[in-house]
Write a protein that binds this ligand. Sequence first.
Ligand code: NCD
Length: 306
Amino acid sequence: MHLISIDDLSVEQIESLFSTSDGFLEVASRPIKKVPTLRGRTQVNMFFEASTRTLTSFELAGKRLSADVVNIKASGSSVSKGESLKDTILTLESYRPDILVMRHDKVGACRMATRYTNASVVNAGDGAGEHPTQCLLDLYSLRREFGDLRGMKVAIVGDVLRSRVARSNIFGFRKMGIDVRLVGPSTLMPPGVERWGVPIYEDLDALHDVDVVYLLRMQMERAKGKVPPVPSLREYSRLWGLSPARLRPGQRVMHPGPINRGVELTGDLADDARSLILHQVESGLAVRMAILYHVLAPHSEGDGLI
Ligand code: NCD
């Protein structure tokens, strides 16, 4: 099966994925962190956009499951010579990969890839579209930290406009019973956001009763020649940047990374024990191992993950 959108998964499938992740988290604590689960399988990671966490965790996840893992990046590959996405995928298809993990700057590129490959395609971020594996690792981090997800309150703050993480997280968090609200200037909210059915606030006062503040990165690289949505980063950080003083007791902070210290959050908050940012990265490896395992596992329930 493919994992293109968080909507591809039911609550039961997500819970089953988390049980598998628990097992892989335990594997990561062993001196020898490798299991034979995907021995003989081939995993191709096609990353046409920059990445640190997502690429390294998918690569390490495949290697720890004993798969043969190959990485392809746009720069240094024939994509930089003008090869089309279709031709790149058809070329790789000759090697009969089992899993294609793909990141691309165009919305819908991963779904398109499913037409040209027999491999299971996993969306590792498609433009401002979706980032379902980030949503799953965030949910898993929340579950590890808080236990029950149902009834939790999370505020997603900042650059919703250009964020695929926000899209996947809003829908995935709500699916798991989390109360989600958006906070930020209206210029950073996408057109039609009111139809998503989540409350939207302009002011950080809306954080007063949440369990978690989920910060989004200001995605300056996506601005390319457009009018910037905020007058200046200094003003943004003054009005919407988070500091330890703006957090209430018991609240936790999350961020998908990479962080802009001094923009979305102060450096001291990033390093504070209330920040779950590195905990998210640790969860990411276990969850991505579980995803690789589940997309290939024999289908015992419909065409789902299990
Ligand atoms: C996110 C992404 O690439 O969408 N990062 C990530 O995968 N860890 C968020 C971001 O770039 O801000």
